[in-house]
Design a protein. Structure first.
Lengths: 210, 581
């Protein structure tokens, strides 16, 4: 984001701060989006276990196919956060080589995450683990678990795609762009990328371990 | 203008073509979603989003537009965006008002006159969601966009390109809503409760959900913009204790938009998944729960009524000191009350669900929380009455509107108490009593507040005053028509007249006919308003910079303000309401 030049002449807020403020505010609404999904998932799960209706037996997520791929994916995303930090520090020091290499690595890891995710979806679907399958229709716990699983992982996947596009835009910044502007653009993209990672850090235990 | 027509043609054309192409493979549901997801970005990029992106990437200032393009193009100037919002709101107001008038015609007599029950339900749903959009955008989006940067002494919003995007997301949403009757109609009311909304395969329902999510995006972006603008763009000397109360109310509104909107988006996305991808979030047979939808929906949609009413509160408290020539009574308390309303608004949602069969233990805390919210609302009233107390009132048109709003909202607020109390709500729920209460707060409060704000700031927006006599006549007509329409509804509601129903017993005929006649008064008042707005553009009395002799910053700029607003960056040295101090 880029604040307009309309800042009062001696405001204590510079363009960089206003841009960061805007991004954080947007992330607040993102947190509320995923927060709503997490809350729905947890309340459905815990509520069903507690109440008298308790017909729903939740599947042991760790036994569904795809745990290994998801673990690999967790490592991939965490590593990509590390390379993102290195890319930003490269941009801040004016070291374009370090910036480019690490941002490219981040993009590569993000793409790898999506590829692995696709294979994981295919594996699950080939075993009949998807909403609307015969398996899901026969077991209401499995049906609702898979509903939340596909909803939240696919929306997270969309956010990964958005983060990748953002990173690509920063990567394509013209070489004449001054170092501090580049660092700022990298920082914005990094903030978003870290947010996407953090969401996964919550998704992974909730959908694969418990 | 040609750009807009091209973009509209491309958007609608690509939607229609893709829908036809995909219909065979994906079915009506899938085809409508995929076609919309392709048509929306096409429209946005063509209407000017592409130029905005390019100027951003190159680090340039966005281009300034002139002539017709100023209002019909992707303009980043906050004043043009404000006018666009107001014009769009008035357009949707007229369309949705027409639906209401048709419904009233149908309801003038018992039995079915000329609508089918299905058509009546579709119309009721469209009237509801259309007016919700109006109430969400008219004051907060329209007046807020024009006035807030001026009131804080900035040259524009914090993110002008994003601001234009917030507006241009609205036309596609409105088009979608207008298309729903052609694509199977809607039968669920504006709340789109599951499982009515998850069942039945008309693509109209799909379009409704997509439109709702689109408005949500617009709302979130404008929330980001308003918070950043009030936090970071204030002029030198405009300390927290000197921010005009209207800007405070918009800040509070924007916080609700940021925190709440994505939650309702979440629930609508889950409905879309249930409809298209065989998930079972709201299907109790397969592990889902129906009530979850209502919880998520009201978590946003109750605070959303404060998105509608807080800007009206702010505008009223802004107007009263100017026409009473007295400082605002309890400035700090009022600002605090707005923030308290924001906080409390997020812990009252389940009072909409007292009869839903939710966990009974929740009733008491939600009842108490709802009662608590009347304390900050009462503070706003106290500030209004304290300002009026022993003042020398100038009875100009904005003041007439403000006083009408205060009277209406008093009734709206008091009739909310029996609805907040679970024992009485069991009796009142889903009756016309609720309908009347809701209209007294949102129409009597938010819409009258919008008219007050519009009349007050019209000279700043256009450089001319509205015709005073016409404006006061309109206020009188609307006040009479509005009260005549909705006060009898309280009575019918307590007798058990249910909402969403096209027919009623014969003995209600005289009252219903009376209500319909009063509704025609509202319509004629709206027509008078449109005439006044258009004719005053050319013939209105020239206003100059400060026609009302107010003390806030926007009145120091020329009317209408030029690009960049102020000749020199303003410096604030005193509070906004120091009349006669």
């Amino acid at each position: 984001m880029q604040a307009s030049a309309a800042i009062a002449e001696d405001s204590e807020w510079g363009q960089a701060e206003i841009g960061k403020l805007g991004l954080w505010l947007f992330l607040v609404s993102e947190v509320m989006l995923f927060g709503a999904f997490f809350a729905s998932y947890l309340s459905t799960r815990l509520g069903n276990a507690d109440c008298a209706l308790g017909v729903t037996v939740w599947p042991e997520a760790g036994h569904l196919p795809g745990l290994v791929m998801a673990t690999v994916n967790t490592l991939i995303l965490l590593t990509s956060s590390y390379t993102m930090v290195r890319a930003i520090s490269g941009a801040e020091r004016g070291d374009r080589g370090r910036f480019r290499t690490n941002l490219l690595a981040t993009i590569f890891l993000g793409a790898a995450f999506l590829v692995v995710k696709t294979f994981e979806y295919r594996l699950k679907i080939s075993h009949g683990y998807y909403p609307g399958s015969e398996l899901a229709k026969a077991n209401n716990g499995l049906s609702i678990f898979l509903s939340y699983y596909f909803l939240m992982t696919s929306l997270h996947g969309l956010h990964v795609v958005a983060g990748l596009v953002w990173n690509l835009v920063v990567l394509a910044a013209p070489p004449e762009l001054p170092a501090e502007k580049l660092a700022l653009k990298a920082e914005y993209a990094g903030l978003y990328w870290h947010f996407v990672d953090v969401v996964w850090v919550f998704l992974f235990p909730l959908f694969y371990l418990v | 203008m040609t750009k807009l027509i091209k973009a509209l043609a491309a958007g609608i054309g690509s939607f229609a073509v893709l829908y036809k192409l995909l219909l065979g493979g994906l079915g009506e549901q899938g085809a409508s979603v995929v076609a919309y997801l392709a048509a929306l970005p096409a429209f946005l990029l063509l209407v000017g989003g592409w130029d905005a992106l390019r100027s951003y990437a190159a680090g340039h200032e966005p281009e300034e537009l002139h002539g017709a393009a100023r209002y019909f193009g992707y303009n980043v100037d906050h004043k043009a965006v404000g006018v666009q919002y107001i014009a769009a709101a008035l357009l949707v107001f007229v369309v949705s008002g027409t639906w209401a008038l048709v419904m009233r015609l149908e309801l003038s007599h018992h039995g079915i006159q000329f609508l089918t029950p299905e058509l009546y339900t579709t119309m009721m749903t469209l009237h509801g969601i259309g007016m919700v959009v109006v109430a969400l955008i008219a004051t907060a989006g329209g007046i807020g966009n024009f006035i807030v940067p001026l009131q804080v002494g900035a040259r524009d919003m914090a993110f002008p390109r994003l601001n234009a995007l917030s507006f241009w997301l609205l036309p596609p949403a409105v088009l979608l809503l207008l298309a729903t009757p052609l694509m199977g109609g809607l039968d669920f009311g504006w709340t789109a409760y599951a499982s009515l909304s998850t069942q039945g395969s008309t693509p109209g329902k799909q379009l409704f959900l997509l439109a709702f999510v689109t408005v949500g995006f617009s709302s979130i972006f404008s929330g980001v913009n308003f918070v950043a603008t009030t936090l970071a763009m204030r002029a030198k000397g405009l300390t927290w204790g000197r921010i005009p109360v209207f800007t405070w109310s918009i800040l509070a509104t924007a916080i609700i938009q940021l925190l709440g909107t994505s939650v309702v988006a979440a629930s609508l996305i889950m409905v879309l998944f249930d409809r298209m991808l065989h998930t079972t979030f709201f299907d109790p047979n397969l592990g889902g729960t129906v009530l979850l939808y209502q919880h998520l929906f009201w978590f946003y949609s109750h605070p959303a009524v404060y998105i509608m009413i807080l800007p009206a509160f702010g505008a009223i408290l802004e107007i009263l000191p100017v026409f009473c020539r007295k400082p605002l009574f309890g400035y700090r308390l009022s600002a605090g009350a707005f923030i308290a309303i924001v906080v409390l608004s997020f812990v009252v949602w389940a009072h909409h669900m007292f009869t839903s069969g939710m966990w009974a233990v929740l009733k008491l805390p939600f009842m108490v929380n709802t009662e608590l919210i009347s304390i900050p609302t009462g503070v706003v009233f106290l500030a209004a009455l304290g300002t009026l107390w022993r003042s020398k009132i100038r009875m100009d048109a904005p003041m007439v509107w403000a006083l009408a709003m205060i009277l209406n909202f008093l009734i709206g607020g008091l009739t909310g108490i029996p609805l907040a109390d679970a024992p009485t709500d069991l009796h009142m729920h889903d009756t016309w009593f609720v309908v009347a209460h809701f209209h007294f707060t949102i129409m009597g409060g938010a819409v009258f507040g919008f008219f007050a704000a519009f009349t007050y700031w019209y000279p700043k927006i256009t450089g001319r005053k509205l015709n005073e006599a016409l404006s006061k006549t309109q206020a009188f007509l609307m006040f009479t028509g509005f009260n005549g329409t909705f006060i009898p509804m309280f009575w019918l509601g307590t007798l058990g007249m249910r909402r969403h129903v096209v027919d009623f017993p014969e003995w209600m005929d005289p009252v219903q006919l009376f209500i319909s006649c009063a509704a025609v008064l509202i319509a004629s008042s709206a027509a008078l308003f449109l005439y006044n707005v258009l004719s005053s553009l050319k013939k209105g009395e020239e206003a100059g910079r400060n026609p009302w002799e107010a003390l806030t910053l926007e009145w120091t700029a020329p009317s209408p303000p030029p690009h960049g607003n102020f000749e020199r960056a303003p410096v604030v040295t005193a509070g906004p309401y120091e009349f006669g101090v």
